[in-house]
Design a protein around this ligand. Structure first.
Ligand code: C5P
Length: 221
């Protein structure tokens, strides 16, 4: 079917930031509105896919036809992703916090008034993309995102190999992409690099979903 090129496919999308609790009132987070991930989930659903969207804390409505699970932390996101597998395609758009507080305090941590550097030991979070890449349930097509402020393409190429993704969508976030509606991306695959012109996030999503559909069709043949 031409209008529903992803009909019969399960597409998994992660989106938004994660919040890593420090104590009941504080958290560590990344800057992410979730707009690009939600736009991709919407575009995949519009293309006929069964879409599971695992979202960190965002202020966005669930796109039509999308099954959404809300999570807070990276650990919860990893659990939700593992529960959502298998999938034909996974697109990891979430800006996952790289660290969490090593010990979560059960009550509010008090300032000690000394003016000294605060002791906040951090633990490294699991890398969800790498973990899905290594999973026996690895999707046939695994796509990561890479927000970079410099050496955008070379960092993305290294990330593709290091994390075991098939494609990396690299975006230059040195401008005002965060929370904005427009994005300039480079599609990094095993075949090479495509520089896409700046476009609204929903156009990036539509173009990416078109590429995914073409890839799935080729894979079937
Ligand atoms: O290393 P970096 O955070 O730049 O990698 C970005 C890519 O890896 C994105 O696709 C992001 O969703 C994914 N990621 C992840 N789990 C992490 C960190 C990043 O899935 N803990």
């Amino acid at each position: 079917e031409n209008h529903r090129p992803l009909h019969g496919r399960h597409v998994l999308v992660t989106a938004g930031p994660t919040h890593e609790p420090i104590d009941p009132v504080r958290y560590i987070a990344n800057r992410s509105s979730g707009k690009q991930g939600f736009a991709i989930a919407a575009a995949a659903a519009a293309a006929g896919a069964q879409v599971t969207l695992i979202s960190g804390p965002v202020h966005l409505d669930t796109p039509p036809g999308v099954e959404r699970y809300d999570v807070e932390s990276a650990a919860e996101m990893l659990d939700a992703v593992e529960s959502a597998l298998p999938a034909d395609v996974a697109i990891m758009v979430a800006a996952v916090a790289d660290w969490r507080a090593a010990d979560r305090a059960d009550s509010k941590i008090k300032k000690d008034g000394s003016g000294q550097v605060a002791p906040l030991p951090l633990a490294v979070n699991p890398d969800i993309l790498s973990s899905v890449a290594a999973s026996p349930a690895r999707p046939r097509l695994l796509i990561g995102f890479a927000a970079e402020t410099e050496h955008v393409v070379s960092h993305a190429q290294a990330k593709r190999l290091r994390k075991g993704a098939d494609w990396i969508v690299a975006n230059d976030v040195s401008g005002d992409v965060m929370g904005g509606d427009s994005n300039t991306v480079h599609l990094v695959t095993a075949e090479g690099v495509e520089d896409w012109p700046a476009m609204p996030k929903d156009k990036v999503a539509a173009a990416l979903v078109e590429r995914i559909a073409a890839h799935c069709m080729k894979d079937d043949a």
